[in-house]
Design a protein around this ligand. Structure first.
Ligand code: ARG
Ligand code: ZN
Length: 472
């Protein structure tokens, strides 16, 4: 489900080359990357996935994962071969029912060569049977598969899929998912969407989860461990499923006091962003030692560390805001990360104001004042931070400051119309910072290029904004 990016070179070639009959063009390999300048090998070219069906089995004691991925896709060119992004050991690949040859290549590429080339614009079914011990695999010297005392978690950004399922690993190619995982009895498997069924057989319990709305690969999560699962429905009618590791120790109360408010906070955010885009919401708290949270679609990943100082509704607001800004409307390229993090941070500011803990303007002033002009904070441009600074504080805080500047420039009526209109305009799709700027200009009727340039793209501290109140 991605919109193809056309390389400028392809247009030039199309203009210069004489027309040749389609059948004369030899099928060529699909590109090993989807064309993201930050990460040239992330995602792949030549096909577009619509659905992943993952049928897995995981043994926590040994970290052994095995299973079958069935991928429904459509070719976007004639293909002699194509890549998937994957690190585990592959036993067999079939394309349209016929066994295909395969080889690993580069850091995380699996190159699949079907017995006969694939025609452009045709549906394909790819079956990959695989096994492996994810914690033993690394790419570029890192791993994002986290073992826990009773299981494991796959939740990271921008990489997490390579360790557990083969994919076209880039947000441009969103798809629906069935994730079915068998785990030893007494252990639970948590994933995105709705729990369709559980069934037990010979010491193993299988959990079948379904996400029926397009989902980016990095937003697809898996957690195995001993969990307590709670269910409910928000006042606004959104079904809620949360899960807590049975071993959260001292953080158990604060985790529940935060995450159990998911339904209330989803309803509150709907007032700003419009109807909640998915059929279920919730979060899970495994007993990991990592420090971040992640907006995994419909089922947010929280680290117990988020709750070490008591309840933390702010982080819940942040990750739920991403369900609109990041998950339903996904970035086109990783340079567009401001749309995710700036707006999720701004939602925290709105919550702070709602709770009487500081207005958005006070928080903006605080961010502005607390970073002097020579602070490296101002050298990171939130509108294009670079691959090493995607999650720099500036993307979040300076990003939210830019949003307050936008609000002051266009006024509250236009601003809140943009805030609610954007998730509707691009629901379940992809969009860029440039798309956002154009949208805000259209809604407000103002030219905003100078404002965006100053707050998102300059690498120095902007002059003090006119709208300032005393710092809190
Ligand atoms: N999008 C996440 C958030 O909600 C950030 C994840 C950063 N990734 C990491 N491995 N630290 O802010
Ligand atoms: Zn975030």
């Amino acid at each position: 489900m991605h919109r193809r990016l056309i390389a400028p070179g392809a247009l030039v070639a199309a203009l210069l080359l004489p027309a040749i009959p389609a059948f004369a063009a030899a099928p060529s390999p699909g590109a090993p990357g989807i064309g993201d300048p930050y990460y040239p090998y992330y995602g792949n070219g030549g096909y577009d996935v619509s659905h992943y069906d993952l049928r897995l089995r995981y043994q926590p004691a040994t970290d052994e994962l095995e299973g079958t991925a069935t991928i429904l896709a459509r070719t976007t060119q004639d293909l002699s071969s194509f890549d998937l992004d994957f690190l585990l050991d592959v036993d067999e690949v079939r394309v349209n029912g016929v066994s295909a040859s395969f080889a690993s290549s580069g850091q995380h590429e699996l190159v699949v060569t079907p017995r006969t080339p694939l025609a452009k614009d045709a549906p394909i079914t790819v079956v990959v049977r695989y096994h492996g011990v994810p914690s033993t695999k690394s790419a570029y010297g890192f791993t994002t598969w986290h073992r826990t005392p009773d299981g494991a978690v796959a939740a990271d950004e921008p990489e997490s899929a390579w360790w557990w399922y083969p994919s076209n690993d880039h947000p441009l190619d969103k798809a629906t998912y069935d994730v079915s995982v068998a785990v030893p009895d007494g252990t639970q498997a948590i994933s995105n969407g709705t729990l369709q069924s559980t069934s037990s057989q010979a010491g193993w319990t299988r959990y079948a989860w379904r996400e029926n709305k397009p989902q980016a690969t990095y937003l697809t999560t898996l957690a195995v461990g001993r969990f307590d699962i709670t269910t409910g429905t928000s006042e606004g009618g959104v079904p809620i499923v949360n899960a807590y590791s049975k071993d959260l120790g001292d953080n158990d109360g604060s985790a529940r006091a935060s995450v159990e408010r998911t339904g209330e906070l989803v309803d509150w955010l709907s007032g700003y962003f419009g109807p909640y885009p998915f059929s279920t919401a919730g979060g899970y708290v495994p007993n990991t030692t990592t420090g971040y949270a992640l907006e995994t679609q419909t089922r947010v990943y929280y680290s117990p560390k988020q709750f070490a100082n008591g309840a933390n509704t702010s982080v819940v607001v942040h990750e739920l805001a991403h369900q609109w800004y990041g998950d339903s409307v996904s970035l086109k390229g990783w340079k567009d990360i401001w749309i995710n993090e700036g707006f999720a941070r701004y939602a925290q500011w709105l919550w702070s104001e709602h709770e009487g803990e500081g207005t958005t303007q006070q928080l903006a002033d605080y961010v502005y004042d607390s970073h002097p002009a020579d602070d490296a904070f101002w050298t990171v441009a939130p509108g294009d931070p670079g691959p090493d600074d995607q999650f720099d504080l500036a993307v979040y805080d300076r990003g939210a400051l830019a949003i307050q500047a936008l609000r002051n420039e266009i006024g509250d009526d236009a601003f809140f119309a943009v805030l609610k209109g954007w998730p509707h305009e691009h629901a379940y799709g992809n969009a860029s910072v440039a798309d956002f700027e154009a949208y805000a200009e259209r809604v407000s009727g103002k030219s905003l290029s100078a404002l965006f340039d100053t707050w998102l793209f300059q690498t120095s501290k902007p002059a003090a904004p006119a709208a300032r109140t005393a710092s809190i």
